[in-house]
Design a protein around this ligand. Structure first.
Ligand code: ZN
Length: 496
């Protein structure tokens, strides 16, 4: 019994036979979107009586044993677990060690903790710190702010296409944009819809700060939780300052910017649109069958393993201009021009790495190998079987048209997302006045969260879900990728 109630800060690496008394702050699922959303682990955040916050993880193979017992806010006694070092990437807390459940772990609810344990804990960081952390992939801080605008792009009845942008005003005065995609966007809508009024204060936890096109976005991760107004003491404190001094708590006007819908079009309508409409940035959905893969420009390019940009071939090495790296590590990336048709017409759709990998369930680097380096580099496969297999299949493509699509030279449409099939999904409803700016909803720099399975890295320390937000930068941004290829010559880009 001498070992009872060890504190989290007393933990040492290895199997822990002592018991810790902890509160479960939050838990979430870490899924691999590249493998059909396969569950990798259930991850948790714990706090003890000393306010030490530590991450915990249960592998997918044994999560069922513990799953029913997980209640956010409950106190548990935990013993017989492994203590491992935390990954230095995508940290959700400051503890150097984390808890990994094993088959001998006992985890039981406790209703009367020996010592009081805090009920909440957030890692809010000032704006300047968020800027420093942007694109580093080191920390996933929490954010709190007053709701300034809620924007949503609804793509009708396509699961996974939801996107919500939440503009929050920080206490220090800056506005930040929290971007949520797919299941996270749906979760926001579900919470929003069941809330009887518009929230004035929102906390979003474990966000990944990114700077895209000179603008900072706080991307939601699978570990992101949302709290409104008086859900927590921290948000209530801000809420009370907003609603004090005789106001009734109603901000008066809605912050919801009317949703912009992405219109479905036929291939013929798409082809006509670029001839007849004014140049603009606009997105469409188009359901069409892949009838071929255009091979003239190859199916892949040699990209930088760090930033995905196309590498410059030197005599016996690769240079990455973007990373300013003379000896860049090469990684094969998809760049595939599909011929697609529906009953109305035929067109060319250009797909990049992540979206094509979702179709083939195989990363480019798994489908083929780069042989040699620099000028001599070749790829050992003309067209991988997994890629050839998409011919004949029908998908719904989300396409992003930029100004250059409207010049006659560019008759290829860049794919921003691919959906395997149309299916019914709850359509978010946003009642609110119209007239807000929705232009930023189509910001090309915003890419979805995804799980770290896409990194292709072995997991260290089980810090899985927390890596979920980073992988979006493995995909070239639509506009950038295209101009990159154009500037440097398409011939160089392909290596088939
Ligand atoms: Zn690079």
């Amino acid at each position: 019994m001498a070992l009872l109630n060890v504190l989290l800060s007393d933990m040492r690496p290895g199997r822990c036979s002592a018991t810790v008394e902890i509160r479960l702050l939050r838990f979430w699922e870490a899924r691999n979107v590249r493998k059909g959303g396969e569950l990798m682990s259930v991850d948790m955040l714990f706090i003890d009586a000393d306010s030490t916050v530590t991450q915990g993880t249960v592998a997918a193979t044994r999560q069922l044993r513990f799953r029913d017992r997980l209640t956010e806010g409950s106190v548990y006694t935990l013993s017989g677990f492994d203590v491992v070092r935390s990954s230095s990437n995508f940290r959700l807390c400051d503890a150097p060690l984390m808890i990994r459940f094993n088959d001998g772990t006992s985890f039981d609810k406790k209703f009367n903790p020996e010592r009081p344990i805090p009920t909440e804990h957030f890692r809010f960081m000032p704006y300047s710190r968020l800027l420093e952390l942007a694109n580093t992939g080191t920390q996933l801080p929490d954010i709190i702010g007053e709701v300034n605008a809620i924007r949503s792009t609804i793509t009708d009845r396509i699961p996974g296409a939801q996107r919500v942008m939440l503009t929050l005003r920080l206490e220090s005065g800056e506005n930040v944009c929290v971007s949520m995609f797919d299941s996270m966007a749906l979760r926001f809508h579900t919470k929003f819809d069941s809330y009887e009024k518009e929230p004035r204060v929102v906390i979003a936890t474990s966000i990944n700060p990114k700077i895209v096109g000179g603008r900072m976005f706080l991307n939601a991760t699978s570990g992101t939780h949302l709290y409104f107004d008086c859900d927590t003491a921290a948000s209530k404190e801000v809420f009370d300052t907003l609603t004090g001094e005789g106001t009734d708590g109603d901000s008066g006007s809605s912050k919801v910017v009317h949703a912009q819908k992405i219109e479905p079009v036929t291939v013929s309508e798409l082809n006509k649109f670029i001839i007849s409409a004014e140049p603009q940035t606009i997105e469409f959905l188009c359901t069409a069958k892949v009838t071929g893969i255009q091979t003239e420009e190859g199916w892949c390019y040699i990209g930088c393993a760090t930033c995905s940009k196309k590498l410059i071939r030197e005599t016996a090495s690769f240079t990455c201009a973007h990373c300013n790296e003379a000896n860049a590590v090469a990684a094969l990336r998809y760049r595939v021009t599909l011929t697609v048709s529906d009953e109305s017409d035929t067109a060319s759709f250009l797909g990049f790495d992540m979206e094509i990998a979702k179709l083939t369930c195989l990363q480019a680097s798994e489908a083929a190998q780069i042989v040699g380096v620099g000028h001599d580099a070749q790829v050992d496969t003309d067209i991988p079987l997994s890629l050839a297999g998409v011919v004949g299949k029908t998908y719904t493509f989300q396409l992003k048209l930029n100004d250059f699509n409207f010049s006659s030279k560019h008759q290829t449409f860049t794919i921003s997302r691919i959906f395997p099939e149309r299916a019914l999904a709850p359509t978010p409803t946003f009642a609110g006045h119209d007239g807000g700016q929705t232009a930023e909803m189509t910001n090309p720099g915003v890419v979805p969260q995804a799980t770290d399975g896409e990194l292709g890295n072995p997991h260290i320390g089980g810090n899985k879900a927390s890596t979920s937000a980073n992988t979006s930068d493995k995909r070239p941004q639509q506009g950038e990728a295209d101009s990159d290829v154009d500037e440097n010559g398409r011939k160089k880009a392909h290596v088939g």
